[in-house]
Write a protein that binds this ligand. Sequence first.
Ligand SMILES: [Zn+2]
Length: 160
Amino acid sequence: MRPSPEVEYKEIPKGHLFSPDEAARRKLWALQFIGTATGVFRARGYGLFVGGSLVRDIDLVAVPWRQPQDFKHPDSLVLQLVHDLGVTMGNRGTTLFGHHWYALWDRNHPDHQIDLKVVMPAKFLYTEDSCPGHVSASTKICCHCGTHVDSLRPPEADGP
Ligand SMILES: [Zn+2]
């Protein structure tokens, strides 16, 4: 299959009023897109959270949730999503607090921008060597230092 050509983003003027039908159609598509995107993010350990009316644009925040895949830079995560979701990436940048934002759009809905913010996993307070004591709840990762606790277990004895 040949990749289809990129579609330019079509900006709708700020003051534009959507008719009730138009608003309902846009919201319906947004909800469909969010349903798919939520699964794609979840598969990589990210929770996806939604804000706004979904009519003018789609405001999404991705938060590391359960054992997020480790990306050196969130661009790598978003490029995978761009591929999986078939969307185009426009501008991107960094927020005041160092999180990353991306402008995305679907080729069939190029006037409905997807504003994605990606929160990176928090830095651990300690290294494995300085950790005051490993603590691990539902995951197998120490929440103080990020050490994989299972790897520290002594090897099982080889039978009786
Ligand atoms: Zn630890």
